[in-house]
Design a protein around this ligand. Structure first.
Ligand code: CO
Length: 258
């Protein structure tokens, strides 16, 4: 039977058949992100990347989930250098060697959502860029490692924050990760900071989009007048990695792995 159980705080536990659909949605996300990273090059505009993203999603039988979501105008979020998240693709934004680019994609497949993000530098990264990318991605995996039964939600948050701050970087507070399933954003919210041992107890069947946003400078961000693009207040570089993960009996399974 296609039953879904709703537990405390509105977190939906997904049935195996639903996880299968989430797996497909997230595989499309992962494949398209990989393709974009390979093709990304100096001279391309961020709108070129958006077209590639939409074509890649549709060629695999998915639908771009961000397009039209709360009025967002594109398939892809592409956030360059001091842009944190939700950068809108534009024909006026040409990528150059040395740009730190964060790519975030959402897909709907048969009513189920996939969501993931990666960051990379075009050409040769500086030592600082490389360290920011490494720490941010590592913090994502430290968080994912806490996505296991009987753990608490904020164990994920705390693991991310500890790793980031140990390196002298800061986590963005204004945006958080989220549950994902038949909606792009479901409960619970997943902050990338906080003390461990709080929030809901994690259970098999929970599907979580964990997404640290890490600034090289201070944690403050502001949203530009376009209503979407979030940038660091101090102009420092920012990186973003995200995976959609299912909590299983034996631990976390990353659905959006390439
Ligand atoms: Co997300």
């Amino acid at each position: 039977m296609r039953l879904r159980r709703r537990i405390k705080r509105g977190i939906v536990l997904k049935a195996p058949w639903e996880i299968e659909l989430l797996r497909t949605a997230n595989r499309i996300v992962a494949e398209v992100l990989t393709e974009l990273c390979e093709k990304m090059a100096p001279g391309m505009t961020t709108l070129d990347l958006n077209l590639l993203a939409r074509e890649g999603i549709e060629a695999r039988g998915g639908k771009a989930a961000f397009e039209g979501y709360r009025g967002y105008p594109a398939a892809l979020c592409v956030s360059v250098n001091s842009e944190v998240v939700h950068g809108i693709p534009s024909a006026d934004r040409t990528l150059e060697a040395g740009d730190l680019v964060s790519l975030d994609i959402g897909v709907i497949y048969e009513g189920y959502y996939g969501d993931a993000a990666v960051s990379a530098v075009i050409g040769e990264p500086t030592a600082e860029q490389e360290r920011l990318l490494k720490i941010t991605e590592e913090s994502l995996y430290k968080g994912i490692d806490k996505a296991r039964p009987k753990g608490r939600l904020s164990d994920i948050s705390h693991a991310i924050q500890a790793h980031v701050e140990r390196a002298g970087f800061s986590v963005v507070r204004q945006f958080v990760g989220h549950g994902i399933g038949k909606a792009l954003h479901e409960p619970p919210e997943i902050p990338n900071y906080g003390p461990p041992g709080q929030g809901p107890v994690l259970k098999p069947g929970m599907v979580l989009a964990i997404e640290p946003m890490v600034n090289a400078g201070g944690p403050e961000v502001k949203v530009l007048p376009d209503g979407w693009t979030a940038v660091t207040l101090d102009g420092s570089l920012s990186a973003h990695f995200e995976h959609s993960v299912v909590v299983t009996k034996s631990g976390p399974e990353i659905l959006s792995r390439a």
